[in-house]
Design a binder for this molecule. Structure first.
Ligand code: FCB
Length: 430
């Protein structure tokens, strides 16, 4: 099987988080939000104070890359303001900690959160968000260009725009505002195009800069073959969430702003009488089981679609690809390991078929604040005990499995190699 061969030497084996979900102590539109399980993001995993410990854990996981958010709201108090020195220094120190143990950072510039002054001016509906974002990126790139070469401008613009203006899941919780959805995507695509050019021009410090978005990919289909209305809705969903978004970000001259395409892949949504058969839509586990649909605690799993998708992206855009997110939420660790293995085999098959994939980032390093769902979704390679004020982290069996993958560069699970030794104390914040 193709999966027996090694992944390339320079392949990035990483893990991912986002600032609002792990850092705690953020002041943005999520600060006062209370999730379905009563949780909020005010402390989250306290990665803000514990990043050195988390970098230690990364070394134990054997990863060589970390996709991390830099929180805009921490760095700019007003449009076009200088960057906050203290907060910048903290991120610089985190980047230095990563460097000290040979972990390559990929920085995400926008991951579902905004500075309060962007929100109060109408968020991404207001075109003035575009120059403000580009100014922020220009300043950040100039500050970090010696430490960062991998830049991810927007995480899942489609998820952000749909949950804010179509589905009512994210602040400001509006529903069915199609014109607003399109406007947000267009403004973000323009901001990406301008920021991408700035990054390629200015961020030449260590290595040739790389820049791209992370596109969430859900494939939509009808559960019943002859349900024409569900096929119709699936086609509309595909157009709105996939085609329209990719055309805006990568169509025409905007294509040049990206040097890679980031892909977040969790699975698919099949529709049954206009209802998506996925747990996040409130469909019970029993019902999904009866219907023969395999899900984690969020989405339907569809590994077979993964290689197909990667080949399709390769044909359509010819850009190198990073898998910027894949993971599964479940307390059943065997399920999560099987899920990861199945997706890595598909990834390997796509690469064997000629797709240029440069890295894979497991979502997520830590159990964390999963937006509307709070702390109920367990995605971590490390579990976090949120009932204990010290928020202790613990290695999971998925983490051990992934460590073997990262350190052997194969999916063959031989004797577990112990991972790299814990990082040196250079990383401790003084
Ligand atoms: C992705 C998001 C990430 C997390 C995972 C489960 O859509 O980018 O923040 O919520 O899903």
């Amino acid at each position: 099987m193709a999966g027996d061969s090694k992944f390339p030497e320079n392949f990035l084996w990483g893990t991912a988080t986002s600032a609002t979900q792990v850092e705690g102590h953020v002041v943005n539109e999520w600060t006062d939000y209370v999730a379905a399980d009563g949780g909020n993001c005010r402390v989250a995993c306290d990665h803000y104070h514990r990043y050195a410990e988390d970098v230690d854990w990364m070394t134990r996981l054997g990863v060589n890359a970390y996709r991390m958010g830099i929180e805009w709201s921490r760095l700019q108090a007003a449009p076009f303001a200088p960057l906050n020195r203290t907060e910048l220094d903290r991120y610089v120190h985190l980047l230095d900690c990563l460097k000290a143990v040979g972990i390559t950072p990929m920085v995400v510039l926008h991951h579902f959160s905004n500075p309060p002054w962007i929100t109060s001016a109408g968020g991404w509906l207001n075109p003035s968000a575009v120059p403000a974002f580009v100014d922020y990126v220009t300043k950040l790139v100039s500050a970090l260009k010696d430490r960062v070469y991998l830049w991810n401008t927007f995480n899942e613009p489609d998820t952000y725009a749909s949950l804010t203006y179509l589905l009512g899941g994210f602040p400001p919780f509006h529903k069915w505002r199609f014109a607003s959805y399109r406007k947000v995507i267009r403004h973000m695509a323009e901001a990406h195009a301008q920021a991408g050019r700035v990054i390629q021009r200015d961020s030449g410090g260590v290595k040739t800069p790389e820049v791209g978005i992370a596109k969430n990919w859900t494939s939509f289909g009808a559960f019943q073959t002859f349900a024409l209305w569900d096929h119709f809705l699936a086609a509309i969903s595909h157009h709105a969430f996939n085609r329209f978004v990719l055309n805006e970000f990568l169509g025409g001259r905007r294509r040049d702003a990206s040097t890679f395409l980031g892909v977040n892949y969790y699975g698919r949504a099949r529709l049954n009488h206009f209802q998506a058969l996925v747990p996040t839509n409130g469909v019970s586990t029993e019902r999904l089981k009866q219907l023969g649909i395999t899900c984690d605690d969020m989405f339907e799993r569809h590994p077979a679609g993964f290689a197909r998708l990667l080949k399709r992206f390769h044909r359509s855009y010819g850009l190198p690809i990073y898998i910027t997110e894949h993971g599964a939420a479940s307390t059943d660790e065997d399920f999560r390991i099987r899920d990861l293995m199945a997706h890595l085999h598909e990834l390997r098959a796509a690469m064997d078929g000629g797709v240029d994939v440069r890295g894979f980032f497991y979502w997520s390093l830590l159990d964390n604040f999963e937006w509307q769902f709070g702390y109920s979704k367990k995605f971590g390679l490390l579990s976090v005990d949120f009932s204990d004020d010290k928020l202790p982290r613990k290695m999971t069996r998925v983490g051990e499995f992934y460590r073997n993958v990262c350190t052997t560069r194969t999916m063959d699970q031989g004797a577990p190699p112990g991972g790299r030794p814990p990082s040196p104390s250079v990383c401790r914040r003084v």
